[in-house]
Design a protein around this ligand. Structure first.
Ligand code: TMP
Length: 207
């Protein structure tokens, strides 16, 4: 079972995914929890290049390829082996982030990005994807106030982040079977309880 969390910056994914990991582990599931880009030796190095403020002149095409490169490594080295063992894989961002940020955000041809993603992932798709939806202004303010990592990607203009959010909403509305939209502007415990409820009902429908 492959579950991803997606959403604009400052949507609270990272806190929520760790709470979900704790919850599923306590329920007796074997869980692998990871984040993108990263979680392999090669992926962490690519992450540093992507996030570094010194790389201000990185072209969006370079950025797109680097995200895909980190993901290709993660799929082969980590995700596939865990899924083959029957573990639950919980991932903080996956291919849909590249669709939202590079496809919709940078306004690249979406079909082209889809093909690139297919190549990078070998066609591995999540079974369930949560969209933690929050308006970008609120998300970015949260992130600045929270004192978290402020990276090269956050520095893109607000209109860019609005296109990202719109992209997410379009993808989620086009495939409601896989995507579940959760209002992430609410208190973290309320958001978590919605996530658990949706997840439990998803798991029980499988058994
Ligand atoms: P994070 O803050 O969730 O760790 O994500 C890091 C940044 O990278 C965030 O601004 C979103 C961006 N990103 C992309 O632009 N494309 C991608 O494919 C991924 C995985 C992340």
């Amino acid at each position: 079972m492959f579950i991803t969390l997606e959403g604009p910056d400052g949507s609270g994914k990272t806190l929520q995914i760790h709470l979900l990991e704790e919850f599923l582990t306590a329920e007796g599931y074997k869980v692998f929890c990871g984040r993108e880009p990263g979680d392999t030796f090669i992926g962490e190095q690519i992450r540093q290049v992507l996030m570094d403020h010194q790389n201000k002149n990185m072209h969006p095409r370079t950025e797109t390829l680097l995200f895909c490169a980190a993901r290709a490594q993660l799929v082969q080295e980590v995700l596939k082996p865990h899924l083959e063992r029957g573990d639950i894989v919980l991932l903080d961002r996956y291919a849909d982030s590249t669709m939202a940020y590079q496809g919709y955000g940078h306004q690249f041809d979406l079909d082209l990005i889809r093909s690139l993603l297919h190549f990078a992932t070998g066609g591995l798709r999540p079974d369930l994807t949560f969209l933690l939806d929050v308006d970008p202004q609120t998300g970015l303010e949260r992130r600045q106030k929270g004192g978290g990592e402020w990276n090269r990607m956050d520095a893109y203009v607000l209109q860019y982040h609005q296109r990202v959010r719109q992209g997410y909403l379009e993808m989620a509305q086009a495939d409601p079977q896989r995507w579940k939209i959760v209002d992430a502007s609410r208190q973290p415990d309320v958001v978590q309880s919605d996530l658990r409820e949706i997840l439990l009902s998803f798991l029980s429908n499988l058994s």
